[in-house]
Design a protein around this ligand. Sequence first.
Ligand SMILES: *Cc1c(COP(=O)(O)O)cnc(C)c1O
Length: 381
Amino acid sequence: MTKLVTDSIKMVDLESQYLKIKVEIDRAIQNVIDTTSFIKGSDVRQFETELEEYLGRGVSVIGCANGTDALQIALMALDLQPGDEVITTNFSFIATVETIELLKLKPVLVDIEPDTFNIDVEALLKVLSPRTKAIIPVHLFGQCANMESIKAVAESKQIKVIEDTAQALGASYTLDDGTRLSAGTIGQIGTTSFFPSKNLGAFGDGGALLTRDPDLANRIREITNHGSNVKYYHERLGVNSRLDTLQAAILRVKLRYLDQYHQARNFAASYYDKALKENKRLIIPQRTNKSTHIFHQYTLKLIDMDREQFRSYLSSKGIPSMVYYPVPMHLQKAFSYLGYQHGDFPVTEKICNQVVSIPMHTELDENQLRYITDVINDYTN
Ligand SMILES: *Cc1c(COP(=O)(O)O)cnc(C)c1O
């Protein structure tokens, strides 16, 4: 049977990605099994060190079990008190807000910029209060939030910054003074996720914390390990949240390909940009000049189009799509107790109805990209 271009179009193609590096990955996995050093095996520290080198001088990396734990551990490490306010974006994956609430801190939501989908710093300034103790910007879809302004506000008010870098590990940001820093290493702590579909994905759950502060690094390491530095002596309240050796061994292999993966994603994004930019019924993603973009997602905004009809049309042509995210945080049932109303965050509410993400991964080839963009441009409904 002839293989059709649509046979292989996926939102994320982890299988083809694996097959290209199967020999190295399988060897790394077998090696861990041979040593049976499943917890805190040598691959864990080696992966942390290699990621430290990748992210730049002076960065400490501490592995943990997943990106949600990383956020919780970051908040724990900053010794925040119940009732302290933590400002974050209204447009993200739920984990960002969940962990704030789990620690009995108070989430304060902020609207987003309509072009970048990232937290709107003007709106952030309006909700600052004497109880504001931390800000969690999310570098959504692979591009950094406005860190220059966030850093300035945070420094002037002595507020801590935790960067949720789950979607942007490996992106970089250039500050006004010319310093170029990796996403997640600009504020006090960065958190990331190695969920399989993230840009650096494991074969299961995984996460990490990043910091330039050696004291924070020690504290974070203790917290991930039951608050303990020396076995059976516990300095503080901690959790059990470690990066598995098997995952670390896999991540060591994949880290060597991360820049190549970013290039492949950028190739696809540029192709989409060029082919779709004249289409009057949609808006291509905006790139800022301060941040690189690693295109965790390629997200279009539809103009006066019925999104579900458009998505059914794509699906009938063999093209998957997803909506990240259909419901803003303030309208989630889980957060109804915060007392926000419909209309409180007009930009996020509008964007949630407008966005659609199309296939974006490291294995898209030109045939597929041409087919996807032709199909989109043919849509006349
Ligand atoms: C994936 C993700 C997380 C959570 O990571 P897990 O490893 O799935 O717990 C947190 N924040 C954002 C923005 C994410 O995309």
